[in-house]
Design a protein around this ligand. Structure first.
Ligand code: MG
Ligand code: ZN
Length: 221
């Protein structure tokens, strides 16, 4: 019996989050702001990818970034170097962002001055998947340094993702990781996921990523 009760509580939490996520999406749509939730382990390269994207997109979009982290401001400080406003959310113990905290953050931004919001979720591949934030797209970043089983071991995170960046492509051979195999495993989980190989350090593949995210401004088309 107690177990059953626990499951009900969890469903209520997830339902409540889903409702708040829809409200966030509605807010973003009314303000004509595109939004992206970026998921991946610590060290997969989420922050580097955000930086590379801002560098290429800031002339065409008014961008803000939101960085979720347990306690540090390392990511926000790095993103700030690209000249976009960054809001750091320290979740305390919580290992994921949720729609409520994003809703509050949206209220603190001047939404009339923005076209694009990039949200770097807490570095974790398990529960962020269960907490949609109300963004238009979700991107998962997987690094080849995480080994050959990263995709098959975390199927749920890919189900709502539209793009997968397989990062640190320059290290694939050293790591003995077959990137095409990771790609086909992701496609088995989510047949319409767009998979891009990247090296966020050098910027290789970032233009393809921007394409995959449909963020290429029309004049560059
Ligand atoms: Mg980061
Ligand atoms: Zn969590």
């Amino acid at each position: 019996m107690p177990e059953k009760k626990e499951i009900t509580v969890e469903e209520n939490v997830l339902d409540a989050n889903r409702r708040l996520a829809l409200a966030n999406l509605d807010t973003l749509n009314r303000k004509h702001i595109r939004s992206l939730d970026i998921l991946g382990s610590i060290g997969s390269g989420k922050t580097s990818i955000v930086k590379q994207c801002i560098r290429r997109l800031k002339k065409d979009y008014r961008i803000a970034a939101i960085a979720g982290d347990l306690t540090t401001t390392i990511d926000a400080d790095r993103i700030k170097e690209e000249g976009a406003p960054v809001l750091q959310i320290n979740t305390g113990g919580q290992c994921h962002l949720d729609a409520a905290v994003i809703g509050k953050t949206l209220k603190s931004l001047n939404l009339d001055d923005l076209d694009l919001i990039l949200i770097e979720n807490v570095g974790n591949l398990i529960c962020p998947g269960s907490f949609p934030l109300g963004t238009h797209d979700r991107m998962v970043v997987v690094s080849v340094t995480e080994g050959p089983y990263m995709v098959v071991k975390h199927p749920y995170i890919f189900m709502d993702a539209s793009v997968l960046a397989i990062n640190k492509m320059d290290l694939a051979e050293i790591m003995g990781v077959d990137m095409n195999r990771l790609k086909s495993e992701a496609l088995q989980i989510k047949p319409d996921i767009k998979v891009v190989f990247t090296n966020a350090k050098t910027g290789e593949g970032i233009e393809n990523l921007i394409d995959a995210l449909n963020l290429k401004p029309p004049r560059h088309a």
